[in-house]
Ligand binder design. Structure first.
Ligand code: IPE
Ligand code: IPE
Ligand code: MG
Ligand code: MG
Ligand code: MG
Length: 298
């Protein structure tokens, strides 16, 4: 990758800050009887993460000619759904992990009951907030909501989480099963980001290549997550390492080993870049993002 974006590290920081500002606006919870619930939702949402899904959404929105901040409700909605997925993923009945984003997991602070409910409410609020999008044609908003629902639900992220759980301690899990699991549990929300960005800007003709990019980036993203689960440290990662082994999960690393997994990440990143070349326009940031995610250490 030619380094014609020397300030990329700074640009992604600025992009994440913009997402954080929008999330703060999104989450003005009025005083009601459920302050602890709002606190639990806010806790997990505001301790932050990389914010890559909203960032990808916004980039495709701009790439397709979208102007202004009209995609922001969907960006915040997507991050709410992603955050809910993490809260539930960490529960004792799921991966049983005590740390997330460098802090105790939601259920360690607020209890399992509130963690379940905070996830439920984040998911629901996400659709509420997305539906309040203004200044974009309502047909496009409806299409975007359809994508969001499909990618988050039984044929998307939740379906992938189900496959992930069924795969634990299961001798019959094949590489094909794991691939499908990753496409759903992790790929689906990243694909949603790319597709929704296009749709909100009316760039329906760019959806196919955007999907290609996001599919490759999504698979690479989860393979890197598996590698880091072995190679990183809890301090750097902000979440426990060794979670997959603890839960007897078969991952890409189980099948291929670390070295071949790293090669696969590079190949997937190269296909992501190719998809961008087919879209054309100012794709520099998205190119660097793919490379950055492949080489990330948290
Ligand atoms: C973690 O997602 C869960 C996976 C899908 C691998 P991220 O790595 O995007 O987590 P945050 O949002 O930065 O904390
Ligand atoms: C996460 O996969 C997928 C989700 C939809 C949350 P992991 O279980 O590997 O994610 P981490 O490692 O806990 O972030
Ligand atoms: Mg999991
Ligand atoms: Mg997990
Ligand atoms: Mg993981």
């Amino acid at each position: 990758l030619v380094n014609n974006m020397p300030n990329f590290e700074n640009e992604i920081k600025v992009a994440a800050q913009r997402v954080n500002r929008n999330l703060q606006k999104a989450f003005v919870c009025e005083e009601n009887g459920y302050k602890t619930l709002a606190d639990a939702m806010n806790y997990s949402l505001s301790i932050g993460g990389k914010r890559i899904r909203p960032i990808i959404l916004h980039e495709f929105y701009k790439l397709c000619g979208g102007e202004g901040e009209f995609s922001e409700n969907f960006e915040s909605a997507l991050e709410m759904i992603h955050t809910y997925s993490l809260i539930h993923d960490d529960l004792p009945c799921m991966d049983d992990d005590d740390f997330r984003r460098g802090k105790p997991s939601c259920h360690k602070i607020f209890g399992e009951d509130f963690a379940v409910l905070a996830g439920d409410a984040l998911l629901t609020e996400a659709f509420h907030y997305a539906s309040k999008t203004e200044n974009i044609n309502s047909k496009n908003v409806l299409d975007a909501i359809t994508v969001l629902a499909k990618c988050a639900g039984i044929n998307g992220m939740v379906g992938g989480q189900v496959m992930d759980i069924l795969g634990e301690k299961n001798e019959n899990v094949t590489l094909e099963t794991v691939k499908k699991t990753y496409a759903l549990k992790t790929g689906a929300l990243i694909v949603a980001a790319a597709q929704i960005g296009c749709i909100l800007a009316g760039g329906y003709d760019k959806i196919n290549y955007a999907t290609e990019y996001a599919t490759s980036v999504g698979l690479a993203f989860q393979i890197v997550d598996d590698i880091l689960d072995i190679k990183s440290t809890a301090e750097v990662l902000g979440k426990p390492i060794g979670s997959d082994e603890k839960n007897s999960k078969k991952t890409f690393v189980t099948f291929y080993g670390l070295e071949r997994c790293e090669e696969m990440v590079d190949k997937l990143t190269a296909s992501a870049l190719l998809a961008l070349d087919n879209i054309g326009g100012n794709v520099e940031f998205l190119k660097h993002l793919a490379g950055y995610l492949a080489k990330r250490n948290y």
